[in-house]
Design a protein around this ligand. Structure first.
Ligand SMILES: [Zn+2]
Ligand SMILES: [Zn+2]
Length: 121
């Protein structure tokens, strides 16, 4: 899905092609996700870890020509936090996570600055 965009010379998100205006990189978003999963029980915690491993590595491979710097860790990245979060939600949903938990997840990310309308239902 995202692999076709391997070389991207700009500061645009490789998934949605929008400028990355909230430059939080996938691995910093992941930190928040694991924080959220912390008191959600083993199943959700493990699924989040798996999702982050799979999708985080995929996103990391796309950073080659990126000039977008993360506001937290200052690493370059090419996938905006909205798209990354949405990829995680899709993964969790496909893994059978209940809508109630997906909803809490969205609330949580709304709180750190990712509006819930950015996370497609
Ligand atoms: Zn994006
Ligand atoms: Zn970062």
């Amino acid at each position: 899905m995202v692999n076709q965009y391997i070389t991207n010379p700009s500061t645009l998100c490789l998934v949605c092609s929008e400028a990355i205006t909230n430059p939080l990189c996938p691995s910093c978003v992941s930190t928040h996700i694991l924080h959220w999963a912390e008191d959600k029980g083993e199943r959700i915690k493990n699924l989040c870890k798996k999702a982050i491993n799979a999708l985080g590595q995929q996103s990391d491979r796309l950073t080659t020509n990126s000039t977008t710097t993360c506001i937290v860790c200052h690493r370059n990245h090419s996938v905006c936090p909205f798209c990354f979060t949405e990829m995680i939600v899709t993964y969790l949903r496909n893994s059978g996570i209940k809508e109630k938990d997906i909803d809490e997840f969205k609330e949580f990310f709304n709180y750190i600055g990712i509006p819930r309308e950015f996370i497609f239902s």
